[in-house]
Design a protein around this ligand. Structure first.
Ligand SMILES: Nc1ncnc2c1ncn2[C@@H]1O[C@H](COP(=O)(O)OP(=O)(O)OP(=O)(O)O)[C@@H](O)[C@H]1O
Ligand SMILES: [Mg+2]
Length: 365
């Protein structure tokens, strides 16, 4: 096991800088997830760590060793890819055994290692099959087995589950988590799936255009997003953001959103100024129908017109407008007859962002 450090890491392809100033320490034994939209540089960072891509500048440190110029095979890392990358002509057993054979390990020792991994991953009945005779989930387990037997210092995963259907993804997610709990190996996991990130990570790194937007625990990035990008990227459906302007009336601060007025709680007062352009953030799941809301302390209510409804299963997603701006409401009331409803929200659930730079002015308590 080992700590991994990235120091001022940069990567350019030709003139295009795709990783800009990446600084991060991954703790020994940590499960760290790199999360971000397509093209933000996740795979490039992982590939630089693995030694599959040259570093333009900066350092990558595994344990206490700078590995910038160390060969991929000597870095003691094991990578699992989206495409599995199994050897098609080898059986499951041979695929898992391959790296150990290369190392010159003795046959009985190899056998013990392969069987141990196969047992953990429930691959024992499949050891004689070829990859083409396996389902996607089984192939992915073989890829994980192959990485496991190498007992690497660090596991690297690049979207390992994105070729699987939703149900299998859930199962494999649980397996990866159990594996990490059992082995405790430092793990860096790339995904653009926020559910994977939230359920697996000790900490999440949210990337955009080669920059780190925020590093934090799953709870942190959900409850205390550093900026509008993180606020909208984490959480489904996305957080509502309403454009408005701050007005001060005596001791009270308000946000004018079209012809509606949102009251701002005390905790915001020392962070804002009159006339400031802001965005008010509220998650669709933090808005309630007035008839249905229970026991919130500081509520404000509005009358809104519903433009559209979408049944999500147990919940209903309402598309409404507030002060002329779109507002999503997710409610567990599914039999709504009227087109006009009263909604309420708890002032404690409000976020506030500076409209000019997108930075959070205040999040949740
Ligand atoms: N070999 C290459 N040559 C030129 N540009 C590249 C190369 N590899 C990646 N890029 C570019 O670098 C940027 C980051 O790519 P990267 O593969 O790291 O993104 P990603 O975050 O993994 O995206 P995805 O979620 O789609 O896998 C992209 O704009 C991509 O087009
Ligand atoms: Mg990628």
């Amino acid at each position: 096991m080992a700590q991994v450090e990235f120091k001022n890491l940069k990567k350019s392809f030709g003139d295009v800088e795709v990783v800009k100033q990446f600084d991060l320490t991954v703790n020994d034994g940590e499960f760290l997830v790199l999360l971000g939209p397509s093209g933000c540089g996740k795979s490039t960072i992982l590939r630089m760590l693995a030694g599959l891509e040259d570093i333009t500048s900066g350092d990558v440190i595994v344990g206490n060793r700078i590995v910038n110029d160390v060969d991929a095979k000597d870095r003691d890392l094991a990578m699992v890819f989206q495409s599995y990358a199994l050897y098609p002509h080898m059986t499951v057993y041979e695929n898992i055994a391959f790296a150990l054979k290369l190392k010159g390990m003795k046959k009985p020792d190899i056998d013990a290692e392969v069987r141990k991994a196969a047992k953990m991953l429930e691959l024992e009945p499949l050891l004689d099959r070829k990859p083409k005779e396996l389902s996607g989930g089984q192939r992915q387990r073989v890829a994980m087995g192959r990485a496991m037997v190498r007992t690497p210092k660090v596991f690297l995963f690049d979207e390992p589950l994105s070729n699987l259907d939703a149900k299998l993804r859930g199962t494999m997610r649980d397996e990866i988590k159990a594996l990490h709990n059992a082995l405790g190996t430092t793990t860096i996991y790339v995904t653009h799936d926020q559910i994977e990130a939230m359920t697996l990570a000790n900490r999440v790194v949210i990337l955009k255009d080669g920059y780190i937007e925020q590093v934090g625990t799953p709870e942190d990035v959900f409850r205390h997003p550093a900026n509008e990008f993180v606020a909208q990227f984490i959480g489904n459906p996305s957080m509502n953001l309403l454009d408005g302007k701050i007005e001060r009336h005596g001791e009270e601060y308000l946000v004018k959103v079209g012809n509606e007025t949102i009251t701002l709680p005390q905790r915001f007062h020392d962070k804002i100024r009159s006339g400031q352009a802001v965005r008010v953030g509220i998650r669709p799941t933090d808005i309630y129908l007035r008839t249905n809301h229970i026991d919130h302390q500081q509520v404000q209510s509005f009358n809104v017109k519903i433009e559209d409804k979408e049944l999500l299963g147990a919940n209903m997603l309402l598309k409404a407008y507030l002060g002329g701006q779109k507002l999503l409401v997710e409610t567990n009331v599914v039999d709504i007859q009227s087109d006009v409803v009263d909604i309420v929200w708890d002032l404690n659930e409000l976020h506030l962002f500076d409209k000019d730079n997108g930075r959070s002015l205040a999040t949740l308590d």
